[in-house]
Design a protein around this ligand. Structure first.
Ligand code: S3P
Length: 167
């Protein structure tokens, strides 16, 4: 069984994905980590040295590769993955279940403010700029995320509660 998690940065894709994979007895794959291993570089490093267009092409190739290669896994994607190069159609075609971890803008901003240095798209923004950026960005991206086979409202829910709902 292949399950793919999609959603904005800091929506909990990796934490939920790890626990879900454990409980379902599936391998957990994080697409950003997969890219980092393949490139022997961090996501920040790839953005800085090669730029976003290079990253998006790589992300597209690695998504197709991992979905072809692995038959049983929970895959956590990057926040932008479903929004480029027809990737959401690939996810829908090549997985059994796709899940959008949905959170409102302010909840995402609060989470991102704590760990924004690891994220090249937002690391140089002030808190006000971050809120404005996330608001606009999520508005553009949610049409892609919403195509997932399950839309999960994640506000104020623990990982365990989310896993129970998914199951
Ligand atoms: C991105 C999200 C990141 C990572 C890259 C770009 C995005 O993944 O792929 O920094 O465009 O939203 P996370 O959602 O795991 O932070």
């Amino acid at each position: 069984m292949k399950v793919v998690l999609v959603g904005y940065m800091a929506s909990g894709k990796s934490s939920v994905g790890k626990q879900l994979a454990k409980e379902l007895g599936l391998e957990f794959v994080d697409l950003d980590n997969y890219i980092e291993q393949e490139q022997q570089n961090t996501i920040n490093g790839i953005f800085q040295e090669k730029g976003e267009i290079f990253f998006r092409k790589l992300e597209h190739q690695m998504l197709s590769k991992v979905l072809e290669e692995k038959q049983n896994m929970v895959l956590s994607t990057g926040g932008g993955t479903p929004c480029y190069a027809g990737n959401m159609n690939t996810i829908l075609a090549k997985s059994d279940h796709s899940i959008y971890l949905q959170l409102p803008v302010m909840a995402l901003v609060n989470r991102m403010a704590i760990e924004k240095d690891q994220r090249p798209l937002v690391k140089d923004l002030s808190e006000d700029e971050l809120a404005e950026f996330v608001g606009k960005h999520l508005f553009e991206r949610r049409n892609y995320y919403s195509q997932a086979t399950l839309v999960l409202d994640c506000l104020d829910k623990s990982i365990e509660e989310l896993i129970t709902e998914i199951k």
